[in-house]
Design a protein around this ligand. Structure first.
Ligand SMILES: [Zn+2]
Length: 257
């Protein structure tokens, strides 16, 4: 299995090793770790050296940290994209829920990083929250965008828009939350070849672990629920989503899988 979105850099070095080992022991062979800003950019950039094979990384500034992305950090980000294991720019996007960075800064940082990804021929890991219209508008400005809209919450119609733009849809443990009908609808209608699974650990722990820090091994619980919603076996779902992950982030590894 694959956890396509886990913030391992938000745990201590010791915890990271423990969580990654536990994930592997539970059949989660691959994880994608996105950066969120200046606080974790360096740590994430060195995670492959730290943890070894099976770790894939995305480097970027989360919308919360958009105001941090000045010319110095832009240069640093561009340089770090050459680090081992970098497969994407992320996570990037728009979040108007908390407004930790002003809207103008978020729009600027998102546009700049979308262009950076295109120039580097890398896919993007996308965050969206309460910013759907601007999010879609900026994506449409690009001539083409490859990537995943992570922890997707915009329901069945939203999936259609993302897939129309050539993007994948990431389903998180929210799919197990009692009130998340929007997420379950997305999980049901997403075309099989565009679906990814994720934990977003340490956030969004699935039922029955809600309220605890999430862990990559629990992507299995996300998969169980998504398989049930789509009326496929867990095995079928795992095979398909593993393949999708490689297709998007590491096509060179597909022939080996
Ligand atoms: Zn995230």
């Amino acid at each position: 299995m694959t956890d396509s979105h886990v913030h391992l850099a938000m745990f201590s070095q010791g915890e990271r090793r423990t969580l990654f080992t536990e994930a592997q022991e539970n059949g989660v062979q691959r994880v994608l770790v996105p950066a969120t800003g200046k606080d974790d950019l360096e740590t994430v950039a060195h995670l492959v050296e730290e943890l070894g094979d099976g770790v894939f990384i995305a480097l970027g500034f989360h919308p919360h940290a958009a105001s941090e992305l000045d010319s110095g950090w832009k240069a640093k980000l561009e340089k770090l994209l050459a680090s081992p294991g970098v497969v994407a720019v992320g996570e990037i996007g728009l979040d108007y829920h908390y407004m930790n960075s002003p809207k103008e800064d978020q729009l600027k940082a998102f546009r700049w990083q979308l262009r950076l990804a295109q120039e580097a021929s890398l896919p993007v890991v996308l965050h969206h929250r309460e910013a759907w219209e601007d999010f879609v508008t900026l994506l449409k400005e690009q001539s083409s965008t490859r990537g995943v809209a992570h922890s997707f919450t915009e329901g069945a119609e939203g999936v259609e828009v993302m897939v129309g733009l050539g993007l994948y849809v990431g389903i998180s443990g929210m799919v197990t939350f009692p009130r998340a009908d929007n997420v379950r609808a997305a999980a049901r209608v997403c075309p099989p070849d565009r679906l990814l699974l994720e934990t977003d650990a340490p956030f969004l722990a699935p039922v029955p672990h809600r309220g605890k820090p999430n862990r990559p091994a629990w992507v299995r619980l996300v998969g169980e629920r998504v398989a049930k919603e789509r009326q496929v076996t867990q095995e079928q779902l795992e095979r398909q989503t593993d393949r999708n992950f490689l297709q998007l982030f590491a096509p060179a590894l597909l022939s080996e899988a």
